[in-house]
Design a protein around this ligand. Structure first.
Ligand SMILES: [Zn+2]
Length: 126
């Protein structure tokens, strides 16, 4: 059993985190990311700046051998497995957007670290 003091501590924790979240939303506010279809950037294999095609990374089916999938299988096995209740008050306001850049000269592609954005679009500015 959880004592009353514990519960108030947890409530306070959520209150503080919610305050912080409000501040962060104020900072992010208009987080509409627009990326062009073609961009000039550094190619690690050509070792110079070339024109790249920008693509959004599609989510692939998770491999059963990956650590995350193994953990998921272990945690959700047995009683109280799946589906689980979603954690309340901890939703994220932004989504992670992965981008793939394909070099037009050597046709090699590279994926730098993904960014977070509220809205994301690839195309020309209207
Ligand atoms: Zn290249």
């Amino acid at each position: 059993m959880r004592s009353k003091e514990d519960k108030t501590a947890v409530d306070l924790h959520f209150y503080i985190t919610s305050l912080l979240r409000v501040q962060s939303t104020a900072i992010i506010k208009e987080c509409h990311m627009l990326r062009p279809r073609k961009i000039k950037r550094y190619c690690p294999s050509c070792k110079k700046h070339t024109i790249h095609d920008v693509d959004k990374i599609k989510k692939k089916k998770a491999s059963e051998l990956k650590q995350g999938q193994r953990r998921f299988r272990r945690v959700t096995s047995g009683y109280r497995g799946f589906p689980r209740p979603k954690p309340e008050g901890r939703e994220k306001i932004t989504r992670r957007v992965g981008l793939k850049y394909t070099c037009n000269v050597c046709k090699k592609s590279h994926q730098p670290a993904s960014l977070r954005a509220k809205q994301f679009e690839i195309g020309e500015k209207k």
